[in-house]
Design a protein around this ligand. Sequence first.
Ligand code: PMP
Length: 330
Amino acid sequence: MHYADSVIDLVGNTPLVKLTSVTKGIQATVLAKIEYLNPGGSSKDRIATNIIDAAEREGLLKPGGTIVEPTSGNTGIGLALVAQQRGYRCVFVLPDKVGEDKRNVLTAYGAEIVVTPTAVAPEDPDSYYSVSDRLAREIPGAFKPNQYSNPNGPLSHYETTGPEIWRDTDGLVTHFVAGVGTGGTISGVGRYLKEVSDGRVQIIGADPEGSVYSGGTGRPYLVEGVGEDFWPSAYDGSVVDEIIASTDAESFEMTRRLAREEGLLVGGSSGLAVSVALKAARDLPADAVVVVLLPDGGRGYLGKIFNEKWMRSYGFAPESEGSTVRDLLA
Ligand code: PMP
């Protein structure tokens, strides 16, 4: 019989698929790595597994312990999934702007959530940061993964994502593109691919326009999960050759095209990454192989990027739905 002993064993080994429509006019091969096929639905399953394994090894997390982290997104799902399988409690601190659907996903996996007000300063005792620090201090046996500074985050990509890309391209990959949030993905994959190719593979970070990585100050942008207003220690700029920015409009348009033209229902940071990958691939020769990582799926964004009303309310002009059936019935 062929089966996994635990859902955790299904993390990683995600496939590459060639992009064939959005790449029209480009000579290079552009391959997308589909991270939404991880069991928790994102690349963050990888870091969750690695961070918890390491915390167990180092004695930071003991049987019956509690994982406390300020996170509302994919990292929470990954941590909740691993915690549940290993018998840990999970407490996540979220700002009140996080929608009900996202809260429900975390509680569905068995996590407890604490909601904090958005409209207070970071140093306020009720803030997102203060509350998670206090809980981590006061709950006995608490462990705080801190994805922005935990070296086991990038290490998980060095040990799994990077080798998978090298293996699946038979070492022919020439460029790697990923969005930069904590920086864990680009730093871990980048370091591996640089080492294994003697520096030949070019590492390109995709950044939402306005974020620090592309020279901004963290001015608000709408793409989720990428860009920062500070420099996290999980980010290692020494393995990154270039950072290319895209606007929200470019990222969202590409996100919608990936669903319609490539059959890939993915999140906005995937649209950002592909938009940047195509900018990088534009002038590359036919023997270039660009691998672009798509971090999560699109289901969490149906009310936003895939909703015309929401798109228009932010001034984006999504392509017309052009319903021929509606015209026929009129
Ligand atoms: N996209 C999404 C949807 C994410 O949740 C994250 C993680 N913050 C990223 C991209 C960026 O990955 P990393 O933190 O490894 O830079």
